[in-house]
Design a protein around this ligand. Structure first.
Ligand SMILES: [Zn+2]
Length: 215
């Protein structure tokens, strides 16, 4: 029997899904197979899938490490990892940090608000969360979220991992590339320091140039 099918069998029988509709079992299988870098077309543009894959990769690492050694993988280890996965995907709209004194959850919309705020502090930035509204994935994400009352679909969170998609308008005359890099730097620092996230990816799309305000 292959690892993935065991993983599948051990996971909660009720199949769970990310906010975008992606099957959690399938994502875990992909990571367990060592295919975390082989992203599908959907995954390449989906913050939810990217956050889940990054988090699963960290969780699954000890299992993979064991698999390389000529000793039998303790069933306990695999089961405990799968139990963690189960807890993480219990509510995909929240981060989850397990501590000795209890669990800490932060809503994705809070992560989104902090990210937007940090980005807007960068001089010359007008920020909107989410990709260009023209894109196929934006339509897909908004469809996936319409039933959830969670409008901030451009943030994918799982465990202590977040993937944030920010669309920016930059003031005319600003060095676009530098502004984008500064946005990434500040948003990552802010989310790590203030939300306690461990892994943060910030994808920046500069969609527009805003004219200088009239004086
Ligand atoms: Zn997805």
């Amino acid at each position: 029997m292959t690892e993935p099918s065991r993983a599948r069998r051990l996971l909660d029988s009720a199949s769970q899904h990310l906010a975008c509709g992606a099957d959690v079992d399938e994502l875990l299988e992909q990571v367990a197979d060592g295919d975390a870098d082989r992203l599908s077309e959907h995954q390449r543009t989906c913050p939810h899938c990217q956050a889940a894959i990054a988090e699963f990769r960290v969780l699954w690492a000890p299992v993979q490490e064991y698999a390389r050694q000529p000793v039998r993988l303790p069933q306990r280890l695999r089961a405990s990892v799968l139990k963690q996965v189960d807890r993480l995907v219990h509510d995909v709209w929240y981060t989850l940090q397990l501590t000795d004194i209890g669990a800490v959850r932060v809503a994705a919309r809070v992560v989104a608000a902090v990210a937007r705020d940090a980005a807007s502090q960068v001089p010359g930035v007008r920020v909107a969360l989410g990709r260009s509204t023209e894109s196929r994935i934006a339509r897909l994400v908004s469809r996936a979220t319409s039933g959830h009352l969670h409008p901030h679909a451009a943030v994918g969170v799982l465990g202590r991992t977040a993937v944030v998609d920010l669309a920016l308008a930059v003031s005319y005359g600003q060095p676009v590339h530098e502004v984008a890099l500064e946005v990434q730097r500040r948003v990552i620092a802010e989310l790590k320091e203030n939300i306690g996230l461990q892994s943060v990816t910030v994808n920046v799309t500069v969609d527009d140039v805003s004219p200088k305000p009239a004086e």
